[in-house]
Design a protein around this ligand. Structure first.
Ligand code: PLP
Length: 618
């Protein structure tokens, strides 16, 4: 909270003058994750008396932000940590960053390639980088041989293998024999024979595979690594100058705190156990086949960068949900109603009292249907219609909660049964949040990924409200109504516990573990732009001290308009032209001054944030 206050305080008062929402980056956390990964492998290698070393690379697609990539290169310089690229722009940024890194560091080039990509990768070798071209398709080998002949630069080649190992988690589709990427066994043999024929078998030095992100268990990891390690040994025995086994990404993280392979938001192992498993599986395959232990490379992305940033946003208003409005739940003053409706309502109440929620919901539907019909005929008052809609909504929520299992415990309990009239507790309200799901949490919308979210202040006050979150976009998918929090039976909850908003006091929340993938995947839906970011460094000379430095101030309205090919200068010229010939119905007094003021407002809008201006934190 102190960081947020400093970030949004006006520059004139010593702050950074940024507007919400903001990404807080914690480079010390990044450093810690990287060191932990390296030391996990170093420890496993020592313990197993493994002859090779560990040389990881960071797949920049996880977060291409310059601050992140350059910090990884700097923190990893002492142990030769490298980068992985999957496209030409990623390769160029990785080359530029690694020029400042260790000469030992690897630069792994994945992804489909054309001659230009291969040319860039070869030039990377020319400028002294340890660049390896990983073939994703068999035909790429011809391209590599052609381009390298033209440039007279010998390539170092890797091959991505299509393993039979597959995991069943969300990201498992990458893997398996029908996976999108890599070479089959037959294609691998064909590449070896082409290289041998071209007298370039010495260039083949790396075998790569990736069985998908968030590998759920050590058993699946062991399967994949063992299969690949045997493949690696076969290639070595076929005469390739094999040196490196690249096990891809997939080291998972624990989003929901369960550390369980059964959860789709977690994995059943710790980083150290992952490293031990890899080292043991490779050692065992190499011992069996009498092959020298390879350098182990991994392309862990999520596990390195997820923890380093916190996305902070503010709540700007709330709308009360059905629960608080329907304090009396399904009760209804039936005096004015036609007998037909009184009867339906009576049956609804009986079902509810007997905890027959299906029955009660059916009657609620019938009640709503009949009321709408009567309203259309002009025979019903708006107040009644509103009340009956509320009753329907209460029942609808009860049914929804029943479906997700959220409230099954409650639905069975007599106390809630008796308490039925007060309305079952799903969301009490919707909090409107100053951010775009599509920009800042695209995975939540696209693949149902959940992230921990909590308020970042008022932490000594009990949060008494359950809410869902609704973002700024004009899109019904722009909402958060699934959370990692669980009910007493382990079911996922569709509302989040927060504090009640207080008049005149801003409310800030944080989304955690969001440092991987979200920033690059985020879209410009409704033209909400990239958000501001700051770096928070620990200040070791002061107890609990920290230093906040602006990294960037986010995209302005002008910036996002430019992305869509509008020219803000041209827009301003058009506005000014029209400002000088005001509509005839206006009778401007002092037109000179007014025009200048209006032009200033328009100009300021183009250079301001795409998000809502928020009140300052106190
Ligand atoms: N390497 C490759 C080839 C990938 O496709 C991916 C992501 O899917 C990664 C590395 C990074 O995976 P993760 O972030 O799960 O470590």
């Amino acid at each position: 909270m102190e960081v947020v206050k400093k970030a949004i305080k006006p520059k004139s008062k010593g702050g950074l003058g940024l507007s919400m929402p903001i990404i807080l980056r914690f480079p010390d956390v990044l450093h810690h994750r990287l060191s932990k990964l390296q030391s996990s492998f170093d420890g496993a290698i020592r313990a197993a008396h493994y002859d090779g070393c560990y040389r990881g690379v960071f797949p920049v697609k996880c977060n291409q932000a310059r601050f992140v990539v350059e910090n990884i290169v700097e923190f990893g310089r002492s142990f030769g940590f490298g980068l992985e690229a999957g496209s030409k722009p990623e390769l160029l940024l990785a080359m530029a960053s690694l020029c400042k890194g260790s000469t030992e560091a690897l630069l792994v080039c994945n992804g489909y390639k054309d001659a230009e990509y291969i040319c860039l990768a070869l030039l990377a070798r020319r400028i002294g980088l340890n660049c390896i071209i990983v073939l994703e398709q068999e035909k790429e080998v011809d391209l590599v041989l052609n381009v390298s002949r033209k440039l007279s630069i010998d390539p170092v080649i890797g091959m991505r293998a299509k393993l039979s190992t597959k995991h069943a988690g969300h990201f498992g589709d990458t893997s398996g024999e029908k996976g999108k990427f890599g070479l089959s066994c037959a294609e691998i043999i064909s590449v070896v024979s082409k290289l041998r024929h071209a007298h370039k078998l010495h260039c083949l030095q790396l075998l790569h595979f990736h069985i998908g992100s968030q590998i759920p268990s050590l058993a699946i990891l062991n399967d994949g690594v063992s299969e690949a390690a045997h493949l690696y040994c076969e290639l070595a025995l076929m005469g390739a100058a094999m040196k490196i086994l690249d096990i891809g990404g997939g080291l998972g993280i624990d989003y929901d705190g369960t550390c369980s392979a059964q959860s789709d938001m977690s994995v059943g192992y710790r980083m150290e156990e992952y490293a031990v498993q890899v080292v043991q599986a490779v050692k065992s395959a190499c011992s069996r086949k009498g092959v020298k232990h390879p350098i182990l490379c991994s392309e862990s992305g999520r596990a390195i960068v997820s923890h380093h940033s916190v996305f902070v946003f503010n709540v700007f208003s709330s709308s009360t949900g059905t629960n608080t409005q329907t304090e009396k739940g399904v009760a209804l003053d039936v005096d004015d109603l036609p007998q037909e409706l009184k009867d339906i309502h009576g049956r609804l109440i009986s079902c509810a009292k007997a905890c027959d929620y299906n029955g009660a919901f059916e009657h609620a539907k019938m009640l709503k249907h009949r009321c709408c019909a009567l309203f259309k005929q002009g025979e019903f008052k708006l107040e009644h219609l509103a009340k009956i809609n509320e009753i329907y909504n209460v029942m609808y929520e009860v049914m929804e909660k029943g479906k997700t299992g959220v409230n099954s415990a409650h639905m069975e309990s007599n106390s809630v049964c008796a308490d039925y009239g007060v309305g079952s507790r799903s969301a009490d309200a919707t909090y409107h949040i100053n951010m775009s799901i599509f920009r800042s949490i695209p995975d939540l919308w696209a693949i149902g990924q959940l992230f921990p979210m909590i308020p970042i202040h008022r932490l000594l006050e009990e949060p008494t409200l359950r809410v869902t979150l609704s973002d700024l976009t004009c899109d019904s998918d722009g909402k958060v109504d699934r959370f990692i929090e669980k009910d007493s039976k382990g079911g996922k909850l569709n509302s989040l516990r927060v504090h009640e908003l207080e008049q005149g006091r801003p409310y800030y929340m944080g989304m955690f573990l969001a440092g991987a993938y979200q920033e690059a995947l985020g879209s410009l839906h409704n033209l909400f732009g990239a958000v501001a970011s700051v770096a928070v460094w620990k200040n070791r000379s002061v107890k609990h001290g920290f230093k906040v430095v602006e990294i960037n101030d986010g995209q302005t309205i002008g910036d996002v308009l430019r992305v869509m090919d509008y020219d803000p200068r041209e827009i301003m010229r058009t506005f000014k032209l029209h400002m000088n010939k005001p509509p005839l119905h206006l009778d401007p007094h002092n037109p000179e001054q007014e025009t200048t003021g209006f032009v200033h407002i328009l100009q300021r809008a183009l250079s301001s944030s795409t998000y809502l201006r928020s009140r300052r934190a106190t």
